[in-house]
Design a protein around this ligand. Structure first.
Ligand code: NAD
Ligand code: TYD
Length: 339
């Protein structure tokens, strides 16, 4: 029997990269195609250990380039599409929203057209809980799959738009789709513009950590490997057309996260610097994962075990993140934090 072909878009990024490695090891009977245009967030050095494997393939392509994508699908006849590729950073979407619309909305539509054209077995669209907007600080309220879509940032608005297109391709053309909406991920290969890797890398360099506003905003943290197992489950067992929320009841204020990392690295709270708040800063995200748990998903990490593992990974892999923060990242950081 020919091997199943799994196309992973954005497989040079943080979550897509972890997913590619997870799939290569778990399913040697699948051919894994990593399609990525290698933006500032894409990096292939993370795949050094798997790039010689027979079931790993890399394709450099832009998901919004129809002329490139449609012939590729016709040629390769992918069975599964797991779609991670996106512009993913809220702060960048506030300063430059346009590329978010091109990649996240138009790019998703091109992939949907290509998938419809060849008739894929499943299209999994990796989305975010940020499409639901924000919750208040009442700890008994959670996002469920029925929560209305009310995005507040250009990033979340672009993701919500793509979610609606994915839904429409299921309703109109019966494309077999699932949408996953995940809380904040953390873990190995997280790009150091996001809170947790930014905090770890700056503390290790004895630099101040910028905390927006009063630091009381809450995020629900999920280890990236628990996200990978959720997508694996949805890809194989998800009911077509359904949305699944992914999260692990690991709510923390930003200040708690930063202080936990400072303590683990034996440094002082003096490194915390409160800076101007993010525009439209969502107060709180928290996921009710009951629907996915009923499908059979169970996370393996608590925030305590996951953050320890992640800090250790950054200590052991300095070369990877030091290389990243030495390039374009420097000018981004100076502009973003007006240093
Ligand atoms: P990331 O920014 O680390 O990686 C994105 C990848 O997409 C990069 O490798 C980049 O080169 C690639 N890419 C960007 N534009 C492209 C284009 N036009 N064509 C092809 N490739 C392109 O992102 P991430 O944090 O790994 O997020 C992956 C997905 O998960 C995104 O869709 C994001 O919205 C979603 N998500 C992320 C989180 C999180 O906490 N990071 C939480 C929930 C959902
Ligand atoms: P981030 O990692 O950018 O993820 P998201 O915006 O998708 O939730 O930010 C997580 C939280 O940390 C968010 O409330 C904003 C806050 N934050 C800071 O306080 N300082 C920073 O330098 C960054 C990047 C984020």
């Amino acid at each position: 029997m020919p091997k199943k072909k799994v196309l992973v878009t954005g497989g040079a990024g943080f979550i897509g990269g972890n997913f590619v490695q997870y799939m290569i090891h778990k399913y040697p009977q699948y051919d894994i195609y990593n399609l990525d245009s290698l933006t500032y967030a894409g990096d292939l050095t993370k795949h050094r250990e798997i790039e010689t494997k027979k079931n790993y393939h890399f394709i450099k392509a832009d998901i919004a380039d129809r002329e490139q994508i449609i012939p590729l699908f016709v040629q390769e006849k992918f069975d599964y599409v797991v779609h991670f590729a996106a512009e993913s950073h809220v702060d960048r979407s506030i300063t430059d929203p346009e590329v978010f619309i091109r990649t996240n909305v138009l790019g998703t539509q091109v992939l949907l057209d290509a998938s419809k054209h060849i008739g894929v077995t499943k299209f999994v669209h990796v989305s975010t809980d940020e499409v639901y907007g924000e919750l208040d600080f009442d700890p008994t309220t959670f996002f469920t799959e029925e929560t209305p879509i009310q995005p507040n940032s250009p990033y979340s608005a672009s993701k919500a738009s793509s979610d609606l297109l994915v839904r429409a391709y299921h309703e109109t053309y019966e494309l077999p789709v699932n949408i996953t909406r995940c809380s904040n991920n953390y873990g190995p290969y997280h790009f150091p513009e996001k809170l947790i890797p930014l905090t770890i890398s700056r503390i290790l360099n004895d630099q101040k950590v910028p905390v927006y506003g009063d630091g009381k905003n809450i995020r629900d943290w999920l280890h990236v490997i628990d996200h990978c197992t959720a997508i694996d489950l949805v890809m194989h067992e998800g009911i077509n057309g359904e949305v699944y929320n992914v999260g692990g009841h690991n709510e923390q204020t930003n200040l708690e996260v930063v202080k936990t990392i400072i303590r683990a690295l034996g440094k002082s709270d003096d490194l915390i610097e409160f800076v101007k708040d993010r525009l439209g800063h969502d107060k709180r995200y928290a996921i009710d994962p009951t629907k996915l748990e009923k499908l059979g998903w169970k996370p393996t990490y608590t925030f305590e075990t996951g953050i320890d593992q992640t800090i250790q990974w950054y200590l052991d892999n300095k070369e990877w993140w030091e290389h990243i923060i030495s390039g374009e990242y420097q000018s981004y950081f100076e502009k973003q934090y007006s240093i």
